[in-house]
Ligand binder design. Structure first.
Ligand SMILES: [Zn+2]
Length: 420
């Protein structure tokens, strides 16, 4: 909880140097990155960033617990299929839990953590989730987690005062709604699309705090969840780390006490983070480029030194690439969500780019008026970003709900080629 920026930055530098000395000794892949770049550990800021594909390709020599990727994938996939998340891998320094990151097929990441890392992570999360921390640790809470995979959090920090319940996203929504009402949580955690579906299926709960995770939170959804359940905050948690947490004023701040952020500018004020997590030792995350696109905010009145995140705008590989008069134009999901969010009566939608000049727009309800307005808003927004809309094909279809457990992406680029 640093309040002084200079103190925070010198804390980061100190911690990272100490961390890197250990990691370079135990993670051959990390040591090799520094050697290849011709850099000493002290010049870590200059290290060329890495990404998920490279991390998976070097997994066996990157992790410091002697784990092999094939074995980690086998255990993780088995846990997802059986919905039993208790099996662990035997690491050289003790048992290690393993999880899969979502991601397009073939690009799935494996993330491993030791018990010590999980306890530390759970401690940081609780400190920010409990509305009355630290007293809440004694007073007690019932914490409902709606998650795709359970990941061992509640087994890690279960105590007499804190009760955690895992609501499996693969269960029918009516059943989840009934269970949630019966559980009467004091803290409710989950992806916003799921919490909304559960609310619409009749769940009644009045938690002291609602916590939105794992998906982009849209303004309309924030309002709806606040009305249905109660005050809402956001946590930005990726498999790569715990990246941002709410402050006492309810705003999202980067977790800079544990993670260093560097930024790649993407234009229009959007940035892409390069993270160095100076707490993670089992699977070091050093100068790791994320696929997320963020907008940073103005300083917050809470006085914290960590930077504020205005919004998480989505994933970079979901940005549409459409033709403009002089080359391709990048259109951010955030911008299109804003445009479609203005269509009255539109309840659900998904916009996908299916070809160099073709879009699929799925709508609910699909009735005249709604469809015309949605297409009109979309064309107007694309025109404003400089897309040549005249040759664009927009195929309008009825919306269908995504399969249970699938992370919602309202704007998505399926087409991977270059625009013409
Ligand atoms: Zn703040």
């Amino acid at each position: 909880m640093f309040r002084d920026r200079a103190a925070l930055e010198s804390h980061q530098e100190r911690q990272i140097r100490k961390h890197l000395r250990w990691v370079a000794l135990h993670s051959p892949a990390t040591a090799r990155r520094f050697q290849r770049a011709g850099l000493t550990l002290g010049r870590w800021r200059d290290l060329p960033p890495t990404g998920k594909a490279e991390m998976m390709a070097n997994f066996d020599t990157l992790n410091t617990a002697g784990l092999r990727l094939s074995e980690a994938l086998r255990v993780a996939r088995q846990a997802e299929d059986s919905r039993d998340f208790t099996p662990t891998l035997a690491g050289t320094r003790g048992p290690v839990t393993v999880g899969l990151s979502t991601g397009t097929s073939g690009n799935q990441g494996v993330f491993v953590a030791s018990r010590a890392e999980r306890v530390q992570w759970a401690g940081v999360v609780l400190r920010h989730l409990l509305p009355d921390w630290p007293l809440g640790l004694l007073r007690g809470h019932r914490i409902a987690f709606f998650l795709r995979a359970e990941g061992g959090l509640y087994r890690t920090v279960q105590s007499r005062a804190l009760d955690f319940r895992f609501f499996d996203l693969l269960r029918p929504v009516q059943e989840l709604a009934a269970q949630l009402t019966e559980y009467a949580p004091t803290v409710l955690v989950g992806p916003p699309s799921v919490l909304r579906a559960v609310a619409q299926a009749g769940a009644k709960a009045a938690p002291q705090r609602v916590v939105s995770v794992a998906e982009v939170l849209e303004d309309a959804e924030r309002d709806l969840l606040t009305r249905k359940f109660g005050p809402l905050v956001q946590v930005y948690q990726a498999t790569e780390g715990l990246l941002a947490l709410p402050c006492p004023h309810g705003h999202l701040h980067l977790n800079e006490a544990h993670v260093h952020f560097d930024w790649e500018p993407l234009g229009g004020g959007y940035v892409r983070p390069i993270v160095t997590d100076f707490r993670r030792t089992t699977q070091p995350i050093i100068r790791h480029r994320l696929d997320d696109v963020l907008l940073l905010g103005n300083p917050c009145s809470c006085g914290l030194a960590s930077r504020r995140v205005e919004r998480i705008a989505g994933r970079q590989d979901d940005a549409l690439l459409l033709p403009g008069p002089s080359g391709s134009v990048t259109v951010w999901p955030d911008f299109l969500r804003g445009a479609l969010g203005r269509v009255p009566l539109l309840q659900e939608y998904q916009l996908q780019q299916t070809g160099p000049e073709s879009l699929r727009l799925a709508l609910q309800p699909l009735q005249s008026g709604v469809a015309e307005q949605a297409v009109q808003e979309l064309r107007r927004a694309l025109t404003r970003t400089g897309v040549s809309v005249n040759t664009l094909k927009i195929d309008v279809q009825p919306w269908t709900a995504p399969a249970p457990g699938v992370k919602r992406r309202r704007v998505q680029r399926l087409f991977r080629g270059e625009p013409q």
